[in-house]
Design a protein around this ligand. Structure first.
Ligand SMILES: Nc1nc2c(c(=O)[nH]1)N[C@H]1C(S)=C(S)[C@@H](COP(=O)(O)OP(=O)(O)OC[C@H]3O[C@@H](n4cnc5c(=O)[nH]c(N)nc54)[C@H](O)[C@@H]3O)O[C@H]1N2
Ligand SMILES: Nc1nc2c(c(=O)[nH]1)N[C@H]1C(S)=C(S)[C@@H](COP(=O)(O)OP(=O)(O)OC[C@H]3O[C@@H](n4cnc5c(=O)[nH]c(N)nc54)[C@H](O)[C@@H]3O)O[C@H]1N2
Ligand code: SF4
Ligand SMILES: [Mo]
Length: 679
């Protein structure tokens, strides 16, 4: 008889940048992770992992894992490296950073990171202490939610947020620029549940996504025209006397002025701006206003445009105008981050900072920062971790040129040799979630999740915490903050929560947190104070734009694909097979007008910058709109450049957020296309 393998279940949770933060259980048999499945009983994630993360041992044992430190042997970008010991690698990194600091001061070192891991330990603890102690430039984490977050905070100073678990009580649930089925998978059932008592699901999206297909009503508006739609809804609500005058009087600043502004946005005018029919707008306004209550889930997707701050302010006004907040499940969910501790100042080592210049760099403008176009000293050294900016930052040509600078010292810490790592002087191997300790907050629900390591690190990979601890030692930082082990960091972070939270984390691996008491919960700023508005360079009231018709270009949107998570998982064979190949989606009318047939190779250009990609012709996009997923790595496209070659670095109107959209010319690539081939 074969003896049964020793099998243990280890509790953990998904670290990826996703609102769901699923709790999981990893099964370890004889020291090998054989299975990772959703933790049963979790009130939101309910025992299921998405297609990307199920069988997460695939990532742990992926044949392309970086398992040793390496130094560059070929030109920057070539991806040619040779393996070195940790000692050699750390010496090299310390010497490179010290040279930058000696020459230009600490601000010449730029950390570049985002939420490759959402874990508090691996994403925002020792690393923060290290860069604070070094006096490095601060990085403004604007790339995803800055604009929506700002619009939310200035409209609702008390950060009220509808608990996603209450949403089944709503009568109308709107996915506004949110592709729930792909990107907020475990939040979607709470919205779908409104149907159980006859409620209605609405999707506001320029693309007929999986979410739009599943909704009862799809408002397929033009990209960037949300403010016009939202103001027209406010218009109809007031015109038909459907507003909640009590809620406006008791809780809102500027209700009358918003009404006057909305008077300008008749459904007829908004119809021209959005491309929607007047009837659709009026019907949606009535549906929204009569719902007891209505709920809106805003996704980051509608934030990707130049006027997104104004658009979000207009959307956020909707539940106030109809008093949706009065009822359980009503209101809006932008994100749930404000329910959690983000680590105290001493946890992230603010007190370790040397006196002197404190420069801050908007991560959206990495290309400019590397080109020396910002105030202050040049960026002489960059340390990238938890991010892949060569792919995900706007204006890839500028980013790649900057990373390719011979006088830039660059370090990349990752699990894989990404397109960013290919430019590094030194590459350091990081552990995955199955190999390190962590705790995750969530931007979708209200649960903290504990992650215990299931197995020891593969090869010579190390957790980010340990890498920065060793670097600190190499650089002679004697502060006690660098002596804290991961268990110490965990205990320090959890001390921000009550005992019950810690006990529940220990018992089940997750714990629901109670929102902190908030002073201004009841105040809604439909009109901003003049001083604040002037400081932000915004109209005090939300404003929209008329449609600026330009038949020579299409509005390109670059959202997220179902099978990848940002640029992560694009190197997993199983998911690549499921995702197919990169395709730009064109409407039949736009394709025909350009002589483009399905699967023709086309060129998309924004000014002098172009990429080549195969087209797919479908009415999932309306005429005037084009769609290309942003997740693909540059090398996956025929011309070696993906979506972000076409995007620009100028931040949008609020919070320094990115514009991940562009107006593009589309034509058959030379020698391709039905016009060309028939000639
Ligand atoms: N499968 C998968 N899940 C993910 C991710 C992923 O890459 N893949 N990424 C994670 C991250 S980091 C984030 S931030 C979230 C993003 O979550 P979402 O915001 O849901 O994702 P996106 O696909 O970027 O955008 C959502 C929708 O917005 C639409 N959109 C674009 N422009 C406009 C507009 O002007 N107005 C309106 N109303 N809609 C518009 C797009 O067509 C898209 O369908 O998803 C997270 N989850
Ligand atoms: N055109 C366009 N561009 C976009 C977007 C868009 O919609 N359109 N979306 C934007 C948005 S919303 C976001 S959030 C950003 C996301 O951009 P990023 O945050 O850069 O996300 P990823 O591309 O997934 O890269 C994360 C990297 O972190 C690594 N990683 C994971 N865990 C660890 C760890 O523990 N340690 C270390 N050292 N590394 C780790 C992964 O292997 C991966 O290479 O992209 C933005 N870019
Ligand atoms: S990526 Fe999102 S949906 Fe998938 S397992 Fe992670 S948290 Fe859950
Ligand atoms: Mo994001």
């Amino acid at each position: 008889m074969v003896p049964a393998a020793a099998s243990t279940d280890v509790v953990g949770g998904c670290p990826h940048d996703c609102p769901d933060t699923c709790a999981w259980v990893a099964t370890v048999e004889d020291g090998v992770v054989t299975r990772v499945r959703g933790a049963r009983g979790h009130p939101v994630t309910a025992g299921h992992l998405c297609v990307k993360v199920k069988d997460y041992q695939e990532r742990l044992y992926h044949p392309d894992r970086l398992l040793q430190p390496q130094v560059r042997t070929g030109p920057k970008g070539s991806g040619r490296f040779s393996v070195v010991s940790w000692d050699e690698a750390l010496d090299e990194v310390a010497a490179g950073l010290e040279a930058a600091v000696d020459r230009f001061g600490g601000a010449a070192v730029l950390p570049y990171r985002y939420m490759g891991t959402q874990g508090v330990l691996q994403g925002a603890s020792m690393d923060r202490r290290f860069f604070n102690r070094l006096g490095a430039s601060d990085l403004e984490g604007t790339i995803c939610y800055a604009t929506g977050g700002w619009a939310y905070g200035i409209t609702y100073p008390g950060w009220p947020e509808t608990d996603i678990e209450d949403v089944p009580h709503a009568e109308v649930a709107v996915a506004w620029g949110a592709n729930m089925f792909s990107t907020h998978l475990h939040m979607w059932p709470f919205m779908q549940a409104v149907r159980k008592h006859g409620g209605t699901l609405v999707c506001v999206d320029p693309v007929r996504t999986k979410t739009a297909r599943a909704a009862d009503v799809h408002l397929q508006l033009r990209p960037g025209s949300d403010a016009a739609l939202a103001l027209a809804v406010v218009h109809v609500v007031f015109a038909e006397g459907l507003e909640d005058s009590g809620f406006l009087a008791d809780h809102c600043v500027g209700g009358d002025e918003l009404r006057d502004r909305a008077l300008e946005w008749t459904p007829a005018r908004a119809s021209v701006a959005t491309g929607l029919a007047e009837d659709e707008i009026v019907a949606f306004a009535r549906l929204w206003a009569n719902a007891k209550p209505g709920f809106v889930k805003t996704g980051p997707g509608a934030q990707r445009h130049a006027d997104a701050g104004q658009a979000f302010r207009a959307i956020l006004a909707l539940p106030a105008v109809t008093g949706a907040w009065r009822h359980r499940g009503g209101g809006v969910h932008v994100h749930s981050a404000s329910n959690f501790s983000q680590g105290t100042a001493s946890f992230v080592g603010d007190d370790l900072r040397p006196p002197g210049l404190r420069r801050s760099v908007n991560m959206v403008e990495l290309g400019r920062a590397l080109a020396g176009d910002l105030d202050g000293p040049p960026v002489a050294a960059v340390v990238v971790y938890d991010s892949n900016p060569a792919v995900i930052a706007p204006d890839s040509a500028a980013v790649r040129a900057g990373l390719g600078r011979d006088d830039l010292f660059s370090v990349v810490i990752d699990q894989f040799l990404t397109e960013t790592a290919a430019y590094a002087d030194v590459v350091l191997p990081a552990t995955t979630q199955l190999e390190h300790l962590d705790v995750m907050w969530s931007w979708g629900h209200r649960y903290l999740t504990l992650n215990r390591p299931a197995v020891a690190p593969q090869g010579e990979a190390l957790p980010n915490t340990e890498i920065f601890r060793r670097l600190a030692a190499r650089m002679g930082f004697a502060d006690s903050a660098f002596a804290d082990g991961d268990e110490d960091l965990l205990a320090q972070y959890l001390s921000d929560y009550p005992d019950g939270v810690r006990a529940s984390l220990r018992e089940r691996g997750w714990a629901k947190v109670t929102p902190p008491p908030r002073a201004d919960t009841a105040r809604v700023m439909l009109r901003l104070d003049d001083g604040l508005a002037a400081g932000l360079g915004l109209d005090p009231l939300p404003q929209a734009r008329d449609h600026d018709a330009d038949p020579t270009t299409l509005a390109l949107v670059t959202p997220k694909s179902h099978h990848f998570l940002n640029s992560s998982f694009v190197n997993h064979e199983r998911l690549r097979r499921a995702a197919g190949s990169p395709l730009v989606h064109l409407s039949p009318a736009d394709a025909a007008a350009r002589g483009i047939a399905d699967r023709d190779l086309v060129q998309l250009s924004n000014g002098a910058r172009s990429i080549a990609v195969d087209a797919t012709v479908s009415d999932d996009v309306a005429p005037g709109t084009a769609m290309l997923y942003s997740n693909w790595w540059h090398a996956d496209l025929p011309g070696g450049s993906g979506a972000n070659l076409l995007t620009e670095q100028d931040p949008n109107d609020l919070g320094g957020g990115p514009v991940f959209a562009a107006r593009v010319q589309v034509r058959p690539a030379a020698g391709h296309g039905s016009a060309a081939s028939s000639g």
